[in-house]
Design a protein. Structure first.
Length: 23
């Protein structure tokens, strides 16, 4: 889910930290 993860990262601010933890 790299694509969806990056898309959310750019779309939402909170996901900025979330996607890093997931990655």
């Amino acid at each position: 889910n790299d694509e969806a993860k990056r898309t959310d990262h750019v779309s939402t601010s909170w996901n900025c930290e979330t996607w890093i933890l997931i990655d």
